[in-house]
Design a protein around this ligand. Structure first.
Ligand code: HEC
Length: 145
């Protein structure tokens, strides 16, 4: 049953992503946007649970953190080539400071992996979102319009 719910959620997320990115012509840009939207969707899963809008479930919460870690691990590779698109919000500074950009992605990966092993109660979700959100923000502040 849990698997089924996750599958349904995944289908909804994919549909949402497709709608959000119509008009992006560059497939490399679309791929990195999709990865970011995936992170956003996982954060939403955690956020709804943190608010009590969905019931706390250790497995789903840890899976969300794990998925964020996987997107973070893929981030440097997805951004390595300096690809652009009129719809992109990526700043050119990414490619002049790529080591720092990579370090910020690694930081998110480390935080998310830690949470994927440690979330065990509803009360863990608030601090988890704060920790994750800080790393998202630190990269967006420097590298996203
Ligand atoms: C290492 C840097 C980095 C980290 C860490 C990062 N982002 Fe991003 N994010 C970006 C960049 C750069 C863009 C703009 C990409 C583009 O438009 O080409 C972006 C765009 C996005 C978008 C918009 C995607 C779209 O549809 O256009 C969302 C949503 C997003 N990020 C969510 C997150 C969340 C949630 C986290 C943390 C869990 C996070 N990001 C962490 C760099 C990062």
């Amino acid at each position: 049953m849990k698997q089924l719910n996750l599958f349904a959620l995944g289908a909804v997320m994919v549909a949402g992503v497709a709608v959000a990115h119509t008009g992006v012509q560059n497939v490399a840009v679309k791929a990195r946007m999709d990865a970011m939207s995936g992170m956003g969707a996982e954060m939403k899963t955690l956020g709804l649970m943190a608010k009590g809008a969905t019931p706390f479930d250790t497995g789903i919460a840890r899976a969300a953190a794990k998925a964020i870690a996987e997107h973070a691990a893929a981030t440097p590779g997805l951004f390595e080539a300096e690809e652009t698109d009129p719809k992109s919000e990526a700043k050119a500074a990414i490619w002049t400071s790529f080591d720092d950009f990579t370090a910020k992605a690694r930081e998110l990966e480390t935080v998310a992996l830690g949470l994927a092993d440690s979330i065990s109660a509803a009360g863990d979700l608030g601090p988890a979102m704060v920790a994750l959100g800080a790393t998202c923000k630190s990269c967006h502040a420097a590298y996203r319009e």
